[in-house]
Design a protein around this ligand. Structure first.
Ligand code: BG6
Length: 300
């Protein structure tokens, strides 16, 4: 594990030791929150702001196995979101969530929040799957507000195009009883309906069945009001033009070996993305940053 250790001192409240499945994991405790961050996939698996229930959902059936995605938390989809556009045999949502990332920096601000930066760079393995040179940096600040950013740089001499998502699994009391606002004015691509473009609904969203939507042209924050957990989750973002909403519902949950049959009511994915028509093209040396923030408020 030594090659993955940062050269800097560990900030107070940060330890690195094997997590579930013996996968290397940073356990972070700050005055405002606790978190668990796996080095495989730079995968945030827990964020619990002080005086609140955990905000991220993890499946009890998740794999914790090298090279297999974790089910829950915040998988990083990169350098493509969903199926690879040219080769359906390649892993869904790209390879970034399957590979070990390197801790490149850890800092602590005087009032306590810890920021960890993890890096993934192209190498012979990634070039075999995706023939481009890049550097990706995932930065996460653990505090009462969760701040995540994903910066992708083109380190080659030719342009490339990619899609991406911070595939956030939110823990909810019962997905059928939450209300989602902030997407009312956005048109969307409805994957659950077989892949059809649909106009903006104009109304707040409630989940009543399998849901798999890519909302397009979205810059506003999205709020999930959850009376059962007595809280509101507010997801804001920058550098992102798409928002994905996903809940597998009954049959799809049963079909996934790493997802408990009865777990679907307790989760809702709201993914901060650049996908479909919002794919990003970077020239040589150019970089792009996508950021996602989560705030939690108790309901009055
Ligand atoms: C969502 C996709 O982002 O992720 C869904 O829109 C997909 O189509 C879901 O089923 C989960 O993907 P995976 O690869 O983690 O099972």
């Amino acid at each position: 594990m030594s090659h993955k250790q940062p050269s800097t001192e560990f900030p107070l409240g940060v330890v690195c030791h094997p997590g579930q499945g013996d996968l290397d994991c940073l356990f972070i405790e700050t005055p405002g929150a606790q978190a668990e961050l796996f080095l495989q996939g730079a995968h945030l698996a827990n964020w619990k702001p002080r005086n609140h229930q955990p905000v991220l959902w993890m499946s009890q059936k998740s794999h914790y196995t090298p090279g297999k995605p974790l089910r829950g938390g915040v998988p990083i989809c990169l350098p493509w979101f969903g199926p690879n556009p040219d080769n359906a045999q390649l892993p869904l949502h790209g390879f970034a969530r399957l590979l070990p990332w390197t801790v490149s920096r850890m800092t602590q601000s005087p009032d306590g929040p810890v920021t960890v930066e993890l890096t993934l760079q192209s190498d012979a393995t990634t070039r075999e799957i995706w023939p481009h040179d890049f550097a990706a940096v995932f930065s996460v600040t653990i505090a009462a507000r969760l701040t995540m950013s994903l910066e992708v740089t083109n380190t080659s001499s030719v342009p490339f195009t990619f899609t991406e998502a911070l595939h956030t699994y939110l823990a909810v009391s019962d997905v059928r009883k939450v209300t989602i606002t902030g997407l009312e004015q956005a048109r969307f691509f409805d994957k659950a309906a077989g892949g059809v473009a649909k106009p903006a609904s104009g109304t707040p969203m409630q989940i009543t069945g399998e849901t798999d939507r890519v909302y397009l042209g979205t810059r506003d924050s999205v709020t999930v009001t959850d009376p059962g957990h007595n809280r509101r989750l507010i997801l804001s973002k920058a550098g992102s033009e798409a928002t994905v909403l996903w809940n597998p519902w009954i049959a799809k949950a049963k079909a996934m070996p790493d997802f408990g049959d009865d777990e679907w009511p307790q989760m809702l994915c709201i993914e901060t993305a650049n996908a479909m028509e919002h794919a990003i093209t970077l020239g040589p040396g150019a970089c792009h940053t996508l950021s996602a923030m989560i705030d939690v408020e108790k309901l009055p």
